[in-house]
Design a protein around this ligand. Structure first.
Ligand SMILES: Cc1cc2nc3c(=O)[nH]c(=O)nc-3n(C[C@H](O)[C@H](O)[C@H](O)COP(=O)(O)OP(=O)(O)OC[C@H]3O[C@@H](n4cnc5c(N)ncnc54)[C@H](O)[C@@H]3O)c2cc1C
Length: 346
């Protein structure tokens, strides 16, 4: 019989489990129920008491905690995960594909003589474990089975619901959490702090409900013969501020940076959506000044509700790739939307 362990970590607040960890807990609970297999949950973080929040899962709770484990660092995280896997004697290890665990999971699998698959989007099977992932830029879905154990599965963020305790009455402090001792190797890395871009500079927001995509049309000659790139930049930034949307781009628009053409200064290739770009997960998407070519739209696979604003009634979106297409001038539409979103501005 399989023995399942889910690896989780405490978030930056130090008082709760990271959201991606709670998604992995959901995936593991589901699998453990289907296989009728024992489930352990391992927690890495500064304070082991956080593990008590998972008491109602009925799983065996293990923790590696203390000052050294409060911050992400390869040597301490890898040692903690290895110790948790050994303590749980796990044959299946499920972990969130977050930055912290994606960095160490392959190394830990190697230390345990196991195997790993990443970017897992679903875990099925009632007799055997069947892990799904997408290949070739989300065009082909593969279902993977393996005999080698332990088998590490790194679950993509956003693919599973966040675990919520069924009752808010239970007292987490009464949970039994087994503290696992870890002998750390000499630490060469000291974490002195975290530096992140200022909020106004962050245009990629994975948690946003809406993906706003800018296409090359924003910087092209408009029907009045003018190029209005600086108007475009202001309209887009105002829209992002008012709506909290994440900013995506077509390849053509980000490529212009290297071609000495008029560009939107806040866009980089990290914003690019599509076959050679990202495939983000947002509930809704609004495409603007973008044609809707297949290599772009393939990056919209996980966007459930799609709308587009284009001047071209024959664009790709209008041919069945969007739920709603507004044949309109995006400069005018976004200016009107911004008045609604940012009423204080003139
Ligand atoms: C191997 C390969 C991989 C590729 N990978 C990607 C990828 O990952 N991502 C990607 O995006 N592309 C990719 N492409 C390129 C893709 O095929 C398209 O060329 C690109 O997506 C077109 O970008 P666009 O729609 O922004 O620009 P355009 O095709 O120039 O379209 C601009 C649109 O804006 C409209 N418009 C102009 N002004 C306005 C206005 N005022 N209001 C409303 N609409 C307006 C126009 O009518 C037009 O439809 C790839 C191509 C290849 C060959």
């Amino acid at each position: 019989m399989e023995s399942i362990l889910v690896l989780t970590h405490v978030d930056d607040s130090g008082a709760a489990l990271a959201k991606t960890s709670l998604e992995a807990v959901s995936a593991a609970l589901n699998l453990a129920t289907r296989l009728a297999a024992p489930l352990s949950i391992g927690v890495v973080g500064g304070d082991a008491a956080v593990a008590g929040q998972l008491a109602q899962t009925g799983a065996r709770l293990l923790a590696v905690s203390g000052e050294a484990f409060a911050q992400a660092r390869y040597s301490s995280d890898a040692a903690a995960c290895e110790a948790l896997c050994r303590a749980a004697q796990a044959s299946i290890v499920i972990a969130p594909g977050c930055a912290r665990f994606a960095r160490v999971a392959a190394g830990v699998a190697f230390r345990l003589g196991g195997v790993i698959d990443t970017h897992i989007t679903a875990i099925g099977g009632t007799e055997n474990v069947e892990a799904s992932r997408w290949f070739y830029r989300q065009r082909l879905e593969a279902i993977i089975g393996r005999e080698a154990r332990p088998w590490f599965l790194l679950v993509d963020p956003g693919t599973h619901p966040v675990y919520k305790a069924p009752s808010s009455q239970a007292d987490p402090s009464t949970a039994t959490v087994e503290e696992i001792a870890v002998e750390l190797p000499a630490q060469r890395t000291t974490v002195t702090g975290v530096r992140s871009p200022t909020l106004s500079g962050e245009t990629i927001r994975p948690e946003a409900k809406l993906l706003f995509v800018a296409g090359a049309g924003w910087t092209k000659k408009q029907p009045d013969g003018q190029v209005r790139s600086s108007d475009a930049a202001q309209l887009i930034l105002d829209f992002l501020r008012g709506s909290g949307a994440s900013l995506g781009s077509s390849k053509s628009l980000v490529d212009q940076t290297g071609e000495n053409q008029q560009v939107l200064p806040f866009l980089t290739h990290l914003n690019q959506i599509g076959q050679t770009g990202a495939t983000p997960r947002h509930r809704k998407g609004l495409s603007t000044c973008c044609y809707g070519e297949e290599p772009h739209v393939v990056g919209w696979r996980f966007i459930s509700e799609r709308r587009a604003i284009s001047l071209d009634p024959n664009c790709g979106w209008a041919r069945g790739k969007a739920d709603v297409v507004y044949i309109a001038d995006a400069f005018q539409v976004i200016a009107e939307l911004n008045k609604l979103l940012n009423p204080g501005q003139g």
